[in-house]
Structure formats: structure tokens, C-alpha cells
Design a binder for this molecule. Sequence first.
Ligand SMILES: Cc1cc2nc3c(=O)[nH]c(=O)nc-3n(C[C@H](O)[C@H](O)[C@H](O)COP(=O)(O)O)c2cc1C
Length: 277
Amino acid sequence: MTDYADLIERRFGDSGPSGESVADNEFIRRVIARKTVRRYSDTVPDEALLDLLVAAALSTSAKSDFQQASILRVSDGAKRAAIGALFPAMPWIGVAPVFFVFLGDARRLQRVGELRGKPVRNGTLEGFFNASVDAALAMQTMILCAESAGLGVCPISVVRNEIGKVAAILNLPDLVFPVAGLCLGYPQGDGYVSLRLPRRATTHRDSYDDSALSDAIDDYDRRRDARHAIPKDQQRANKEFGEAAFYGWSEDKARQAAKAEGAAFPPYLRSHGFIFD
Ligand SMILES: Cc1cc2nc3c(=O)[nH]c(=O)nc-3n(C[C@H](O)[C@H](O)[C@H](O)COP(=O)(O)O)c2cc1C
């Protein structure tokens, strides 16, 4: 067994490459073993640590050096409660010791253009996409750094489902939008490493080929079910789709995706500066 083999087996269980002969690297091991945490102890992380995590997040690479991520920390109790109350099915949003919102910020570059007398139209699809990617990368950098400091986190994209209300609470101007919130605190309980799709389904070499997808998904469903079966009472939308005899990851995700979320997001963006041309 290499340093990585057990961790890779736990993450993928796909008999794929196991990091054999690669020098030990604690950071990579930690990333492969990472897990989302939704229950936190009452211990509040030090302010200095949070400042450091923000600095790390903002050190992420940024498209064209435009630096279109902004990070908003929600520390006001009333605002936290108001946001938490919008999502009763996810109580960790209201109670996590720390809550950040990672913002795609297409406004700042447009303002830079104004300050320098150069017209910048940043409500384009390119502006939206670049700002989204910058914010997502900044969030993921904070996630990995926080986890390496012993913290646990949970990204929260559900905030976009109530985008108008969340934007009002946080005073977000036009061209600034949440990519996701991030709950953060010291973990309570162990949680588990979530099995990923087999790498033969998610990696390609030289040309794209998903001809073996169906078999790979069936195999993944069975292996994931053996590790963490989805209980019968957690089957989604049984009224519409019926009770499934075998309810694996693919059935669950197909049902989830068939009921599309986020209907409020496009009209919000279109009425707040984005034209997507
Ligand atoms: C962009 C993004 C948004 C997410 N939004 C939510 C969310 O709103 N609520 C939640 O409980 N988890 C959310 N998650 C966490 C995912 O459900 C989690 O990463 C996934 O189930 C895989 O589990 P793992 O990270 O432990 O491997 C989000 C993750 C990402 C990357």
C-alpha cells in the first residue's frame, strides 16, 4: 500500500491509479480524504485565522488578473438569522459559527473602467462567467486551507434560490451576485468520505469518450449503495416517479435534476446589470 492507496480506494473504489511511487504529500492526502461538514462544535475560530483564510482565498489565480471575486462575511446576528430562516431545510446555514458569501463581482471592473475613463461593459456572458469562476476558485481555496487548519466547511449555493431576498439582506448592487455561501466551523462528529464516480467516467485522454458511461454508472450505483445506501424514506418525489426497488445515486440525481432549481437566478441577474450578450 502506498501513502495514497487507501485514501484513493476510499474515495473512488475504482481500481484506478493509486498514487504508487509518488512521494508523500500531506496536502494531497488531505484533499483526497476531505469531506463536507454540516455540524459544528460551538468553538468559534479565531479572527486571526479567519483573516488568514481570507488572504489565502484572495491569493487564488484570477482570470486576466481582473480579480473579480469578493468575499462578504455575515457576522451580524440579525442578518445571519434572516438568511438562515430562508432555508429551514438546511439549519447549518443559520447556526454555523462563521458564514461567508463568495461573490462574483463584475461591478468592480466596470467601475475601474469608469475611474480610468474607459467604457467597460461587464454585464456580458464573459463578464458573468469570469466573475463566477474567480469566486468559485477563491471559495475552493478557502475550503482547502480551512480544512488543512482543522476546520470543516459546507458550500451553500442554495442561497441563489432566494437570490432577491439574500441580495437585499446583503445590500448587493447590480453586477454583484452570490456564487455560494460557505459555512465554517470546527467539525462535530466524523462524517464520511463521499464516493466519487469512477475515474473512467470522469477522465479522458486525447479525445472525449463516454461510450462506457452506462456501465460505469451502474457499477458506481451498486458500489455506492453498498457503502452508503440512500434510505427508502429519502427517495425523492415518489409521488411523481414512484418508489424505486433499487434507488442509487443516478436515480437520486436524475430525480433531483429533473426538478430544476434556481428559476429566480436568471431574471434576477437580467434585472441587475447582466445582459449576457
Ligand atoms: C458549489 C457548491 C454548492 C453547494 N451547495 C450546497 C448547499 O446549498 N447545501 C449543502 O448542504 N451542501 C452544498 N454543497 C455541498 C455538496 O453537497 C457536497 O460537496 C457534495 O455532496 C459532495 O460531498 P463531499 O464534499 O463531502 O465530497 C455544495 C457544494 C458545492 C461545490
